[in-house]
Design a protein around this ligand. Sequence first.
Ligand code: AMP
Length: 592
Amino acid sequence: MESHFTINKSPVEIENTNLKESMLAENISWADLLDQTIKRNHGYLNICHEALDNHSQEDMNNKTAIKFIGKSWPENNTDIKNISYGELLYQTKMLMNGLLRLGLAKGDVLFSLSPRKPESYLVALASLRAGIVFSPLFSVFGPEPIAARMIKGNAKALFTLASFYHKKIAPIRKSLNQLTYLIIFDDDGSAKNIPNYIDFKTLLNIHLEKNDRIDLIKTSADDLALLHFTSGTTGNPKGAMHVHSSVVYHQLSGKWALNFKKDDIFWCTADPGWVTGTSYGIISPLCNGVTLIIDEAEFNAKRWYEILEKFKVTSWYSAPTAMRMLMKAGEELPKEFDFSSVQFAASVGEPLNPEVIWWVKKNLGISLHDNWWQTETGGIMISNFSVMAIKPGSMGKPLPGIEIELVKLNDTLLEKIMEPDIEGQIAIKAGWPSMFRGYLGEDERYLKCFKDGWYLTGDLAKKDEQGYFWFVGRADDVIKSSGHLIGPFEVESVLMEHPAVLEAAVIGKPDLIAGELVKGFAVLKKNYTPTDALRLDIMSFARIHLGVSIAPKEISFVDNLPKTKSGKIMRRLLKARELGLPEGDLSMLETT
Ligand code: AMP
């Protein structure tokens, strides 16, 4: 299992690290660390305060916090916006006052549905500062996944663009009973057709008398801060709840696993609609005082190389799918660029193939450090650190203060695997500050994730003799496509809404670029003939309702679906058959 070729670090790289190898074994009392931070703040803890205010004391007012690269760059060289730490704090406070004036209060949930625009970063910070729970949605979601999340999350406010409203919200607005405040920005002239909306600019420019201005809502460490939706195998998406104490971990894990230094120009390519885009695309880099690059445009290999070179990115956090797309663009293109500014690079979200690591090393001269975590963990748990040799194909070692074991569940017993190279489920000792505190409205589902004080992640891995973890797979049927978790149930429910579909099942089918693609199987109702035209119609129906990132890329018609004796679809079996793999244990298969 162990890779023969580890990437060893030069003495300069090892010198230039925030983390010494001895720290990995150190015991950290999270409770003490939290206490110290709370004491420094005279009793409260607020993510936005940690991200922005601490710096004003250090005279960072003029330093660029966010460098925003607009879509028309580089053709239009002026499409770049620099927002300093001072300006960001000022605007965040203005917006926070606007949100509170509007009637929003601590504990209310604000959803944001926005592409990468400066306003979406501002609203995240302002909500956190106001104690409003911030819940980001992925901007390419279609109306159905948006409705499922907003209804479950009791959305009180939604922040979105006028164009998005018409396409994605208007069809579902009636079902959003709790939605009181619809905040619209980026009006393309169509906002006038939206009933009862609040203009973002008006909100930002509420000029209050000094005495009326609120500086900060003093949240406590255990107050709810973020609601991140994630997918499971069954049922609707789960709302993972995170509290303000997470920020202590966001700050430290960024320093350790992403090697943040004050002078860093950091580019996290993840969309803020996902947990990586929030924890490490907003909070952690700002807490560490670095300059954050945000690119509005979609992936383009040449553009990405230009950004790395032109803006002298020093620290880069991306994902395997993106790296595979760079590979696809060929070996000639990177030769035109200079990547020498990049001192540290990391990848997350899905397995990072060793050949990708070698390709990036050879063609960009950059060492990719894989790391592992989940929506539920709130922050990076396992990582290849700057200080240690990279073993391509391995996720690395646990962060300081994070205790991880591989386990097997034997009925009610949790058995720890002590020998190396044996597969088991990744379990994390509960109690780190960014651990999720529940699935909204689903206590039982939450409690089921824990056993004897260990959080069971649902991921299978092996550990080698040197303590490096190697990803094996998921213990369940969720699909990972381009780094995004997709719950089969959500897709199947929409397929079944098509008038021709009687039953449906979806699986993740291996794909060279996206890791997995969603493949659907449909049983048709009587009187429907399985034609290509019908297949296309079902696929386009799914795209309209789910959005392109979730909708199946392939659909096969089948006469029936394999089910267990209790009636559950055996997706595992569908997958094995699709891929020509052994069918495994069929004792549960219903035979009719
Ligand atoms: P999410 O909650 O959407 O961030 O997805 C978390 C899941 O992504 C994990 O449980 C893993 O299955 C997968 N994942 C994240 N990082 C890695 C990695 N470095 N290698 C393999 N799988 C990963």
